[in-house]
Design a protein around this ligand. Structure first.
Ligand SMILES: [Zn+2]
Length: 54
C-alpha cells in the first residue's frame, strides 16, 4: 500500500494507552481512561498516556 490512511491509523491507536508506570499497552475506552476506571493489569495503576505521545 502506497497511500496511508490517517483515519485508519488514528482508529488503530485511538483506544490504546500505555501505562505510565510499567509501560504496558492496554486497549480501553478513552472515556473510561479519563474517568480513571481502567486499571493496568500488571501494576493496578490507573495512570495512562496515549500511544502517540512521547
Ligand atoms: Zn502498569
Amino acid at each position: 500500500m502506497a497511500t496511508k490512511i490517517p483515519e485508519a491509523q488514528n482508529r488503530m491507536f485511538k483506544n490504546i494507552f500505555i501505562c505510565k508506570k510499567c509501560k504496558r499497552k492496554q486497549r480501553a475506552d478513552p472515556l473510561k481512561i479519563l474517568k480513571g476506571k481502567v486499571k493496568c493489569r500488571k501494576c493496578k495503576k490507573s495512570a495512562f498516556r496515549t500511544i502517540k505521545k512521547k
